[in-house]
Design a protein around this ligand. Structure first.
Ligand code: HEC
Length: 246
């Protein structure tokens, strides 16, 4: 019995613990997976900026076209690389062995990342690269300290540095706490426009991490409505049957 309780408690708290392990400073992202325009933009950024290193091995292009409201021509023109077929999955361009040598870590497959980390985590991660000359990539990341991923969106966001302040904790030991980012070299986009790009990508990754979510939710609502109606009729029927007995 106790074992059962412990296991259930672990199952309930596991997602919370995974999220907490992602580090502090998470920002809330504007994620709406029913927004087709946002998903289409996210898919395009993903293909142009991320698929070079990361794969999304559970996603098929033709399924993507269906869910994102794209015609086959739009799919081929905007999303797919030449030589790929609509029923292929989203594979990356670099063999795993090479990328492990280049970055010290193989860029993980991103099919399920948003499910494990949360959309807000992905959004904050993409916004939190800051200059750090001590790192081989020249940048570090506030949400994933020591990340071996380079700041691939720097031409859009620009380059920022992180400003820390010293705070003394309850233990009396002073330590550095993140205060704010300071843009040192502007990119092509304003900070607000870049937030939209990061949210588009987070939305796309959230969608691919559970492509049936939309259907699941609408089916769930229909099932509940059906049960409510069924309950009503069963109740009336029961009253009818028992009315002579009472
Ligand atoms: C030049 C190669 C490269 C490109 C391009 C790239 N990444 Fe990465 N990415 C990496 C590497 C390497 C890691 C592993 C970082 C680590 O754990 O230190 C990573 C890690 C991540 C993670 C964290 C996964 C996890 O759960 O730890 C996310 C999320 C991510 N990348 C998203 C993106 C997105 C979105 C893009 C496109 C905008 C992108 N990456 C483009 C190399 C790349």
């Amino acid at each position: 019995m106790i074992r059962k309780i412990v296991i259930s408690a672990l199952l309930v708290t596991a997602p919370v613990m995974v999220h907490a392990a992602g580090g502090g400073h998470l920002e809330k992202a504007d994620i709406d997976i029913s927004n087709e325009a946002q998903l289409q933009r996210g898919a395009k950024y993903f293909v142009n900026y991320c698929l070079g290193c990361h794969s999304a091995q559970y996603v098929r292009y033709n399924r993507l076209a269906l869910d994102l409201g794209l015609t086959e021509d739009q799919l081929v023109e905007n999303i797919m690389f030449t030589g790929e077929r609509p029923h292929d999955t989203m594979e990356n361009a670099i063999p795993a062995v090479d990328s492990a040598n280049w970055f010290g870590r193989t860029p993980p497959d991103l099919s399920l990342t948003a499910r494990a980390r949360g959309g807000d985590w992905v959004y904050s991660f993409l916004k939190s690269f800051y200059l750090d000359p001590s790192k081989p990539t020249g940048t570090n990341n506030l949400v994933l300290p020591g990340a071996s991923m380079p700041h691939v969106l720097w031409d859009l966001q620009g380059l920022q540095k992180a400003v820390f302040r010293t705070e003394t904790g309850p233990d009396g030991v002073p330590h550095e706490v993140f205060d704010h980012f300071e843009l040192v070299e502007p990119g092509q986009l304003s900070p607000e426009q870049f937030d939209t790009v990061a949210a588009d990508l987070a939305t796309f990754l959230t969608y691919i991490s559970e492509p049936v979510k939309m259907q699941r939710q609408s089916l769930g609502i229909k099932v509940i409505l059906f049960l409510v109606v069924l309950f009503l009729f069963s109740y009336l029927y029961k009253k009818e049957l028992w009315k002579d007995v009472h």
